[in-house]
Design a protein around this ligand. Structure first.
Ligand code: CMX
Length: 436
C-alpha cells in the first residue's frame, strides 16, 4: 500500500510541470479584468489566486478535484460499519487528487490516531483558559502554540532546499490535523463538562470517531456519522473564502502551518463566515419560541419579513459565490431524510419548512444576489437535535474540518514554490487618478 507521502511524491512533478507550462506560455494571457466595484467590493469575483483542491461553481457548487459531493459519496471510503465519507478519505482526495483505497484510508486513520496526543504544555495552556473565553479563541491559541513542534520551522532554521519544503509542510499538516480532535475536545470538556474524564485516543478508530468519543458522544452512532459527513463536506470550499485565504496569505510568508491555520481560525470566527451556523440555530429557536413548532408557511413568511424589516440578514441564506442552493445543504438535508429521528425533530422540520418559503421571500426582498440556503442553514440544527447544544462551540467543529483544505493548499503552495502574496492596494485618491 502506497503511503500518502509516496502518493504525493508521484503526483507533484506533473503539477510542477503544469505550472511551468502555464508560466512559460501564458504569463501574459488576460483572464479577467478588475473593475472599481471589485476593488471596493471585497475583491469579489476577481480571479487572483491558485487553489488546487477544489473549485466552486456559482450554480453547481463545490467540486473536489472535479468530483461533486454525490460523486464523493459514491467513491470515497467510509468508516467500518459507517455510510458517510470520513475526514481521512476526503483529505487524501484533497491532497493527491486521487481516491484512496480502503487500505490507504485505514493506514491514514491509524497514523492520525498515533500522532493525536497533545504535548503536555498545550494541555496545561488550554486548561488555564477561563471557561468564559470563546472556544474559537481557545482553539486558535492552542493551534498557534502547537508550532512549538513545527518540523518545517526547525528544518528552515537549519537550512533546507526549497524543493524539500513541502515534505516538512506535509509532516506538520498531518501532525496538526491529528491533534485537532484532542485539542477541540479538551476545549469542549473544559468549558461545558468540567471535571469529566477525557477518553484516550483509540488507535483503531477514524479521526472523527475519536473526536466524537472524546467529546463524550461516542455511543451515538448517528451523531458520529453526521459529524463524519459534516467534517468531510466542510473540508474545503476553494481558496477565496476568508479562512482559507487567510491561511494561504500567512503561509505565503513561510510561516509554519500552525501559525497559518491559527490565523485562519480567527477569520472563521466571524459572524458572516463560520459563526453563521450558530446564528441560524439561534434564529430558528427564536422563531420556534415565538410562533411554535407546528406552523404554517404563512407564519414563517411573516417571521422572515419581520427579520428583514428589522434590518437583519436571514442567517443561513445567501453566499459570496453560490447562486443556487448549496449542495452541502442538500447533502445534509438528505442525511436528515434518511434518519427517522431527525425527520421527527421539531427544529429540523422547521428548517425544512423555512427552506420552502425563504427563497421566495428573499427574492421579493430583492437585496441578496443568492436567495438560497448555504450549508449553515441546517448544520447546527442537527447537532442541536443530537444533544450537542452548546452553540458557541459549533464553529470549533467547522475549524477542525476546514483544516483539511487549508492545510492541503499549504503543502501545494510549497510544492509549487508559490511566492509571498502581495496584491496592490490603492487609496480613493489614487483610484480617482486612475479613472481620469
Ligand atoms: N438576508 C438578508 N439580506 C441579505 C442576505 C440574507 N441572507 N444575504 C445578503 N443580503 C444582503 C446583503 O447584506 C447586502 O445588503 P447591503 O447591500 O445592504 O449591504 C445585499 O444583500 C447584497 O449582498 P450579496 O452580494 O448577495 O452577499 P455578500 O456576498 O455581500 O454576502 C453573505 C454573502 C454570506 C455574507 C450574506 O449572504 C449573508 O450575510 N448571509 C447571512 C449569513 C450567512 O449565512 N453566512 C454564512 C455564509 C457561509 C460561510 O461563509 O460559512
Amino acid at each position: 500500500t502506497k503511503s500518502l507521502k509516496e502518493t504525493l511524491q508521484e503526483v507533484i512533478p506533473s503539477k510542477q510541470e503544469q505550472l511551468k507550462k502555464l508560466k512559460a506560455e501564458h504569463a501574459q494571457t488576460v483572464v479577467g479584468d478588475v473593475k472599481v466595484e471589485n476593488i471596493i467590493g471585497g475583491m469579489r469575483g476577481i480571479k487572483a489566486m491558485l487553489w488546487e483542491a477544489s473549485v466552486l461553481d456559482p450554480n453547481e457548487g463545490i467540486r473536489f478535484h472535479g468530483l461533486t459531493i454525490p460523486d464523493c459519496q459514491k467513491v470515497l471510503p467510509t468508516a467500518p460499519g459507517g455510510k458517510e465519507i470520513i475526514a481521512e478519505s476526503m483529505l487524501w482526495l484533497l491532497l493527491t487528487g486521487q481516491v484512496p483505497s480502503e487500505a490507504q484510508t485505514r493506514q491514514l486513520s491509524r497514523e492520525l490516531a498515533e500522532k493525536g496526543d497533545l504535548p503536555a504544555f498545550v494541555e496545561k495552556l488550554v486548561d488555564s483558559f477561563p471557561a468564559t473565553l470563546h472556544p474559537m479563541t481557545q482553539l486558535g491559541m492552542g493551534v498557534a502554540a502547537l508550532n512549538h513542534d513545527s518540523l518545517f520551522q526547525a528544518a528552515y532554521e537549519k537550512g533546507i532546499k526549497k524543493s524539500e519544503y513541502w515534505t516538512y509542510m506535509l509532516d506538520d499538516c498531518i501532525n496538526l490535523i491529528a491533534r485537532l480532535p484532542a485539542l477541540a475536545a479538551r476545549i469542549y470538556r473544559n468549558v461545558y463538562k468540567p471535571g469529566t474524564p477525557l477518553p484516550a485516543i483509540n488507535k483503531d478508530l477514524d479521526l472523527v470517531g475519536n473526536y466524537t468519543t472524546m467529546l463524550g458522544f461516542g455511543d451515538n452512532h448517528n451523531l458520529t456519522e453526521y459529524l463524519r459527513l459534516y467534517i468531510a463536506l466542510h473540508g474545503d470550499h476553494e481558496g477565496g473564502n476568508a479562512s482559507a485565504h487567510t491561511s494561504h496569505l500567512v503561509g505565503s510568508t513561510l510561516s509554519d502551518p500552525y501559525l497559518s491555520y491559527s490565523a485562519a481560525l480567527f477569520a472563521l470566527a466571524g459572524p458572516l463566515h463560520g459563526l453563521a451556523n450558530q446564528e441560524v440555530l439561534r434564529w430558528q429557536l427564536a422563531m420556534q419560541a415565538e410562533i411554535g413548532s407546528d406552523v404554517s408557511h404563512e407564519q414563517i413568511k411573516e417571521y422572515l419579513w419581520k427579520t428583514l424589516k428589522g434590518g437583519q440578514v436571514v442567517p443561513g441564506y445567501g453566499h459570496g459565490v453560490l447562486r443556487q442552493a448549496d449542495p452541502r445543504f442538500i447533502a445534509l438535508q438528505e442525511f436528515c431524510d434518511a434518519h427517522p429521528e431527525l425527520q421527527e425533530s421539531s427544529i429540523i422540520r422547521l428548517v425544512k419548512k423555512t427552506y420552502e418559503v425563504a427563497p421566495d421571500v428573499l427574492k421579493e426582498h430583492g437585496k441578496t444576489k443568492n436567495p438560497y440556503p448555504n450549508v449553515d442553514a441546517t448544520s447546527g440544527c442537527v447537532l442541536y437535535h443530537y444533544g450537542l447544544k452548546e452553540f458557541k462551540y459549533y464553529t470549533v467543529i467547522f475549524g477542525v474540518s476546514r483544516a483539511l483544505g487549508a492545510l492541503t493548499q499549504l503543502v501545494w503552495s510549497r510544492a509549487l514554490g508559490l511566492p509571498i502574496e502581495r496584491p496592490k492596494s490603492l487609496s480613493m485618491d489614487a483610484l480617482e487618478m486612475l479613472i481620469k
